[in-house]
Design a protein around this ligand. Structure first.
Ligand SMILES: Cc1ncc(COP(=O)(O)O)c(C=O)c1O
Length: 429
């Protein structure tokens, strides 16, 4: 073996991408009889990828220098300002360049006295991974829900940190604030990090209510009396519950709850979903705090880490997104496209719900988004059985994840009955 000892046992196990690759191979062999419910890419009801015409036009119009010249490590200003406004609010105002970290931008909220520092990341994924790397001691744990996006585990492993869990749902299917509080207190260390994915949570499609968020904010405030707290909000699916304007109010609501200075809020945004551009690999990691020094530290840590890992992200992709963000006409057209996807997902869930109800399939509480979870015993067995039927899903601990985003309405109608056969067969055997 040639690899270093710390790398030797590393191997990407089942994983979403692996199922996706098997689904593609099956499609090449069996064609349209395959149902690929594995991955988070939205397809329309003809089976074509939803794509934003505005983004495609903008990409085609880029000049060679927009694409080929190096960009700054932390990202180009138009992109940083544009995506901050997208995820936090149009009224966030850039401060004069002298006040920003060198090579970055600094904005402020108009009403709550917070400063904002965004850094461009390689999709939302690398933002999450960079924060784990820079805000957790090696071996420390962060808290997230028991239903979680599988790559969190891989990122944690790769960064030498661990995950702790709270139960996302209480007895009546709402957010389990008691479990969240217990989880928070059970994580040791001088500081604690919480990772929440909202709205349109992957894998369940749950969306936290305003009251859920207020409860979380109160618990964090309480915890912040004795140690530092980092709240990492994975906002990959912002704009898929309601519009962006409404969904991003989560963040403003948190800031209005007057989080104490012992709490650092970091929002990880993804253009994979916000711009329907999964393969472009653009995201933004946005830190929010009242103290400039805290944001300078955030910027320094991430800039250093990015330089040490991949230097910076695709300049052309940032330019195209930045151009759209600063043109309200283009942004309006783009948002119509995202709205079309959102409506399609709502309709898919309606179709699913009717058919699933008829066969008595239980799903975790869904409100919006790309995925839902069929809760069942022995999920891996159920998923294996479904693959024999050419149905590709992702097994998780609590059941199987169905990417309704990528299954056309027609196929979805017949899916619950086929899943019910396999789930029942496997469970009762
Ligand atoms: C929960 C969640 N967070 C973050 C991401 C980030 O994705 P990307 O790296 O493509 O921006 C995804 C994408 O599937 C996701 O599902």
């Amino acid at each position: 073996m040639f690899s270093a000892s710390h790398a030797r046992s590393r191997k990407l196990g089942g994983g979403i991408q692996k199922v996706f690759q098997r689904a593609l191979a099956a499609t090449a062999q069996h064609g349209d009889s395959v149902i690929n419910a594995s991955i988070g890419m939205a397809l329309d009801d003809r089976g074509q990828l939803f794509a934003s015409d505005v983004l495609m036009e903008e990409l085609r119009a880029l000049k060679p220098s927009d694409i080929c010249s190096y960009g700054p490590i932390a990202g180009i200003p138009d992109y940083l300002v544009g995506t901050t406004r997208l995820f936090l609010g149009e009224d966030c105002e850039p401060l004069p360049r002298e006040q920003a970290p060198a090579g970055g931008v600094l904005l402020e909220t108009p009403d709550t006295g917070h400063l904002i520092c965004p850094v461009a990341t390689l999709g939302g994924s690398s933002g999450l991974s960079l924060v784990m790397n820079n805000y957790l001691e090696r071996g420390a744990s962060f808290l997230t829900s028991n239903y979680f996006w599988g790559p969190y585990e891989t990122m944690a492993d790769a960064r030498g940190v661990k995950m702790g869990h709270f139960d996302l749902f209480g007895l009546h299917g709402g957010f389990n604030l008691d479990s969240f509080g217990r989880g928070l207190r059970s994580i040791g260390g001088e500081s604690v990090m919480v990772l929440l994915n909202d709205p349109a949570h992957n894998p369940t499609g749950y969306c936290m209510t305003g009251a859920d968020w207020d409860g979380v904010a109160d618990q964090l405030k309480n915890e912040a009396r004795r140690r530092k707290v980092v709240l990492l909000l994975d906002a990959a699916y912002m704009g898929y519950y309601r519009s962006f304007e409404e969904d991003r109010l989560i963040v403003r609501r948190l800031l209005e709850r007057r989080l104490p200075d012992n709490v650092l809020l970091i929002v990880a945004g993804s253009c994979s979903k916000a711009f329907l551009a999964y393969g472009l690999r653009v995201g933004t990691c946005i830190a929010v705090h009242r103290d400039r020094g805290v944001l300078q530290e955030f910027f320094d840590c991430l800039e250093f880490n990015i330089r040490g890992e991949y230097s910076n992200i695709a300049r052309g992709a940032m330019q195209a997104v930045g151009n759209i963000c600063k043109d309200s006409g283009k942004m309006g057209r783009h948002m119509q496209e995202v709205g079309r996807v959102r409506l399609t997902l709502h309709e898919r869930y309606r179709i699913w719900g009717e058919a699933a109800h008829d066969v008595g399939l239980a799903t975790a509480p869904y409100r919006a988004g790309y995925f839902l979870v069929v809760t069942c015993d022995r999920p891996q067995d159920a998923a294996n059985g479904l693959e024999e039927d050419l149905i590709f899903t992702v097994p998780i601990r609590e059941g199987i994840r169905i990417a309704i985003c990528s299954v056309t309405g027609d196929k979805l109608r017949g899916l619950p009955v086929r899943i019910a056969e396999r789930v029942a067969a496997r469970v009762s055997r």
